[in-house]
Design a protein around this ligand. Structure first.
Ligand code: F6P
Length: 254
C-alpha cells in the first residue's frame, strides 16, 4: 500500500514544515514517550543546531523540563565558542529542582564551558510582591540580561500534564480545563488555535518578547505531545522545531 509507505526522517521534516507552516523542523528517529534515549537524541540535535547559530558574546536563555535537561546533558564545549552566557528564560514555574530552568542553565553552561547567571524569584507571586521585585536593582539587571538574549531554547508540554506536574491550584486547574488548553510553554497555556488561555505570572521572557529574539528553538517530542506542538507552533512560525518521529507521525495522522 503506497499510502503506508514508511516516511524517512527528511520526508517527515518536510511534511511537518508544511503542516505546521514553520521554517525549519528537525526530526530524530524514535518516540521519546517509548524510549528514553530519544530525548537525548533530540538534545544532541539541539546542541548542533545551537552551535551553528551561536557566536561569542551571545546570551542564551533556557527553560526547564526533562527535554531541556537532556539538551544540557548533551551539551559539549566548542573551540570557537568561548564566551557564552546562559540564563534562565523565566522565573520559577513550579518544577522540581532537577527540572528547573536555573538548574538546566547552570548545567548547560558548565558543559559548554560558558558562564551563567541565575534568577531567584519565587513561584506564585502576588501582584504587590511582583511589582516590587522587578524594581530590585539586582533583579532588574538580570531581567535586562535575559531580555537581551540572542537565542531562546525551550520545551513544550501537554497542558494538563504540565498543570498537574506543577500542582496548579484548583481554580487555575479548572480554568485551564474549561478553556480547553492543550499546550504549555514558558508558563503560558494555549488552546488548539494557539490562543493563550492562562498564564503563570512570573518575571523574564514574555511571549511578546519572542519575535525580537533572533533564534528561538523549541524542543519537544513523543506522540503524546503532538497536539501541544501543533497548537504552540501556530504562535511561533519563525521558531525552529526539534522533535522526534513519534510526535511527527502522530502530527501527520499516520
Ligand atoms: O516547566 C518548564 C517547561 O519548559 C514547560 O514550559 C514545558 O511545558 C515543560 O517544561 C516541558 O517539560 P518536558 O520536557 O519534561 O516534557
Amino acid at each position: 500500500d503506497v499510502m503506508r509507505e514508511v516516511l524517512g526522517l527528511k520526508d517527515l521534516e518536510a511534511a511537518i514544515k508544511q503542516k505546521l507552516h514553520i521554517e525549519k523542523a528537525i526530526v530524530v528517529a524514535g518516540d521519546s514517550d517509548l524510549s528514553p534515549w530519544v530525548k537525548k537524541e533530540m538534545g544532541r540535535a539541539c546542541v548542533t543546531c545551537m552551535k551553528k547559530r551561536l557566536k561569542n558574546g551571545d546570551i542564551v536563555a533556557v527553560t526547564g523540563g526533562t527535554t531541556m535537561a537532556a539538551v544540557a546533558e548533551m551539551m559539549t564545549p566548542d573551540a570557537k565558542l568561548n564566551d557564552l552566557l546562559f540564563v534562565p528564560a523565566r522565573g520559577g514555574l513550579g518544577e522540581n529542582v532537577e527540572n528547573q530552568a536555573n538548574t538546566i542553565c547552570a548545567k548547560m553552561a558548565e558543559k559548554a564551558l560558558g558562564n551563567y547567571r541565575l534568577l531567584h524569584v519565587p513561584d506564585h507571586l502576588s501582584r504587590e510582591a511582583y511589582e516590587s521585585l522587578i524594581e530590585e536593582p539586582a533583579v532588574k539587571e538580570m531581567l535586562e540580561l535575559i531580555k537581551s538574549c540572542r537565542m531562546v531554547v525551550h520545551g513544550i508540554g501537554d497542558a494538563i500534564t504540565m498543570a498537574e506536574r506543577r500542582k496548579t491550584r484548583k481554580e487555575d486547574m479548572e480554568k485551564i480545563k474549561a478553556r480547553h488548553a492543550v499546550a504549555e510553554a514558558f508558563g503560558y497555556y494555549f488552546n488548539e488555535k494557539g490562543e493563550v488561555v492562562h498564564k503563570v505570572k512570573t518575571v523574564g521572557i514574555q511571549l511578546e518578547d519572542l519575535p525580537h529574539v533572533e533564534h528561538v528553538i523549541a524542543v519537544a517530542g513523543g506522540a503524546s505531545k503532538a497536539k501541544a506542538i501543533q497548537a504552540y507552533m501556530k504562535r511561533a512560525p519563525h521558531s525552529i522545531l526539534i522533535t522526534d518521529e513519534g510526535a511527527a507521525k502522530a502530527l501527520l495522522g499516520e
